[in-house]
Design a protein around this ligand. Structure first.
Ligand SMILES: [Zn+2]
Length: 103
């Protein structure tokens, strides 16, 4: 179960990293012709930047989750020590608190 989760998270990190890399490629190559017609370049930069920030945050959360899996603390609420509901983890794999302790 834990090994499976770890493999799943690792796969998502790889996919997210690929997305970040392709965003960098877009920046490096300049915008495709059809893009520049749709919106200002600046706007595109902001969208790409937001996507990249989002992906990086998720990568960070997933790697934290992997660290907790390895430490044997994954799925345990960091505030009260209870198990975090599986349904909650499915929605938010990087959750560190149970539904009662979550902000
Ligand atoms: Zn709790």
């Amino acid at each position: 179960m834990r090994e499976q989760l770890k493999a799943e998270f690792t796969k998502r990190i790889v996919a997210l990293q690929a997305r970040v890399d392709s965003i960098h490629d877009d920046f490096a190559e300049g915008r495709a012709a059809d893009w520049s017609e749709q919106a200002g370049e600046r706007e595109n930069d902001e969208v790409l930047n937001a996507l990249e920030v989002e992906a990086k945050i998720e990568i960070q959360q997933l790697s934290n989750a992997i660290t907790r899996i390895e430490a044997g603390t994954y799925g345990i609420c960091s505030a009260c020590g209870d198990d975090i509901a599986v349904a909650r983890l499915e929605v938010q794999p990087s959750a560190t608190k149970c539904i009662n302790c979550a902000d």
